[in-house]
Structure formats: structure tokens, C-alpha cells
Write a protein that binds this ligand. Sequence first.
Ligand SMILES: NC(=O)c1ccc[n+]([C@@H]2O[C@H](COP(=O)([O-])OP(=O)(O)OC[C@H]3O[C@@H](n4cnc5c(N)ncnc54)[C@H](OP(=O)(O)O)[C@@H]3O)[C@@H](O)[C@H]2O)c1
Length: 275
Amino acid sequence: MTVRPPEHERRLIDNRNGVSPAVDGEASHKPWSVDVASSVGPSAGRVALVSGGNRGLGLQLVRALVDVGMQVVMASRSVENGYAAIELLGDRANQVAVLQLDITNPASVGRVASWLRLRLGRCDVLVNNAAILIDDDDDALAIDLDVVWRTLETNLLGSWRLSQAIAPMMRDHRYGRIVNVSSRLASLNSMQRGLAAYRVSKCGINALTRMLADELAGDRILVNACCPGPVHVEDAASGSLPRLSASPDTPVWLATLPDGGPTGGFFCERQRVSW
Ligand SMILES: NC(=O)c1ccc[n+]([C@@H]2O[C@H](COP(=O)([O-])OP(=O)(O)OC[C@H]3O[C@@H](n4cnc5c(N)ncnc54)[C@H](OP(=O)(O)O)[C@@H]3O)[C@@H](O)[C@H]2O)c1
């Protein structure tokens, strides 16, 4: 697969226009040959889907999952941003496909699931990374509930919707790892005021994690939540604010857990943390 797919391939994966692999007539063509059985190492040849994979932690996750041998679908709300991001991956781009995905849009989620089913026949790893933080740091009593609604729509319902679409494929293969990127800010043990919408949305993701882990326990599918970390303060040019960047280490560790590994847990820096 080329770094920038040819035009027909780009049409196929530009999900916004409703181009479906089922109607394209090329459904049998696969960008990669997926052969998990003959691959070396527990993660080699596995197919991973990363929501919000075009920047920030998502882009780091795409890079790190390629490095452990996976073939990665970088799901990007804007397909142009996805193509721009893939240019940053060098040779790793050969193991990455870009799909348009807006997790708040049921049709978009459905098209990604169809593409994976028809083109690759599987999705072994789902990283629910996409999220927004649009709080003005108002307290729960003062916050505009529209901010809460929009945050829940993306961070909770979007990830929930994507999990509903992808988990059946994992069940078919009796293998799966779902990693829900949460935050220590959602810990009920240390819950306090501020960032009310974001905190509640990540509490919801944590609850969803427990439920999915229980529902999928009999299918060799491990479901865990994590706070990505450690968080680094990146060097800032003089005069600008330092930027926080989270490490992909814990989510990648959860994405590559061996069978029998933990499920239904909340982890930070590979350690269990309290809900
Ligand atoms: N950074 C940290 O220090 C930190 C700490 C704890 C937890 N986290 C969690 O880690 C994850 C990634 O954080 P980040 O700092 O990398 O965030 P980020 O830089 O703001 O990136 C967020 C990503 O999510 C995508 N996204 C937002 N809404 C979407 C939608 N409706 N459909 C599909 N994609 C959507 C964005 O797409 P666009 O590019 O189109 O906007 C972007 O790719 C989040 O779940 C966040 O809560 C981060």
C-alpha cells in the first residue's frame, strides 16, 4: 500500500462521501494481506483501529502499534488531516490506512465497520482515543449543559457506538482488545470540582469499560480503561505555553495484552488505579 493511496483507493477510504466498499466493486482487494496465523510475535499481523489517530496521542498510538507489528487503521475526522498525518510516519505509513471517521455520526461509524469487515475481515484491537475537552472549567452548577451534552456525545456515546460496531467482528474471531482512553480526572475516589463535562464523560467511559469487559469475557476479548501516561511537558518556544503530551505506553501495553491478561481494569503507567 502506498503512503498516499491512488485516487480510487482514496475514494474508497474517504468515508464522508458515503463511498462504501460494498458498492465499489473492489471489496475483495485488501490493502494488506492479513495473516495472523503465520506472523511472528503476539501482535504481528493484527489489525488495530485508532479513533482520532491523526494527531496528539492518537498519532503516537498509530506509530507505536505499527512498531509492535500491527496493521493500523488511522481513523481521522478529516480525511485530509489523516493524509497529512500519514506523511509524518515515514516507512511506517506502509502499515497504515486512513479512514474518515466521525464517532458522533452513526453512518460514518457504520461505514468504517463495513470497510473493515469487507476489506480486511477483522479488527483485533480498538483504541477509543478520540475525545474533546471543551469545558471552560465551570463548576457543575454553572456549566452550560450544551457543553456537557456535546462532550458526552463525543467522549461517551461516540466511543460506545464504535465499540458496538467493532466488537461483533472481534467476537467472530474470538479475539479482541478494547482500550478506552480515559483520564485520572475521572477517578471517583479523588473527584472534585472543575472540568465537569470532561470528568463525567470519562466516568461514563470507565463504567462502559466494566460492562463491556463483563459482556465480552467469554470471547477472549479484554476491555480496559487507562489514563495515558506518563504525561510529559514538552519544551516550549520562549513566550509560548508548554504543551502536555501523554505517552502511548500504557494504552499500547493494554492493546497487546496476552490471553488471560487483565480485563475490566483502570490503569495508569501500567499500574491498576482506583476508579
Ligand atoms: N493529552 C493529555 O495529557 C491527556 C491526559 C489524559 C487523557 N487524555 C486522553 O487521551 C486522548 C487523546 O488526547 P489528546 O491530548 O491526544 O487529544 P487531542 O490532541 O485533542 O486529539 C483528539 C483527537 O480526537 C479527535 N476527535 C475529536 N472529536 C472527534 C469525533 N467526533 N470523531 C472522531 N474524532 C474526533 C480529534 O480529531 P480532529 O483532529 O479532527 O479534531 C483528534 O484527532 C483523549 O481521549 C483524552 O481525553 C489525554
